[in-house]
Design a protein. Structure first.
Length: 120
């Protein structure tokens, strides 16, 4: 098999509607290992089949990957500040505040939580 070019890999993935595919990562990986696969280092016979296998693996393991966090946009921080102020104004809301802190941390990360706390 003649190794494909980076453009050929990207074009083929695009024809499969393989959104989010990093053709450069695949190309670099197989260039590094010499266009072989597996522990037995068998030569790749069909690079298009390798692209399809990467796609199947992406779908298979997508649920195991951590979800991307929301960006630290000012509107999200403002919304959480309002929610926190409302909870703090009520009686016996400690558990609800802790749950909100966890939600903020999970969606905006520790930096976002710190910003919300400082503004509230």
């Amino acid at each position: 098999m003649k190794p494909p070019t980076l453009d050929q890999i990207a074009d083929y993935a695009s024809s499969l509607n393989y959104d989010g595919f990093d053709a450069e990562a695949m190309f670099d990986h197989y260039e590094m290992v010499g266009w072989v696969y597996g522990k037995s280092r068998k030569p790749i016979k069909d690079w298009k089949a390798a692209v399809r296998q990467w796609r199947r693996n992406d779908l298979k393991y997508a649920a195991d990957r951590p979800r991307p966090r929301a960006q630290l946009d000012d509107q999200a921080i403002k919304d959480y500040v309002i929610q926190l102020r409302v909870l703090r104004s009520g009686d016996n809301q400690d558990e609800a505040i802790v749950r909100l802190y966890r939600k903020i941390r999970d969606t905006l990360g520790p930096e976002g939580l710190a910003q919300v706390k400082s503004r509230a």
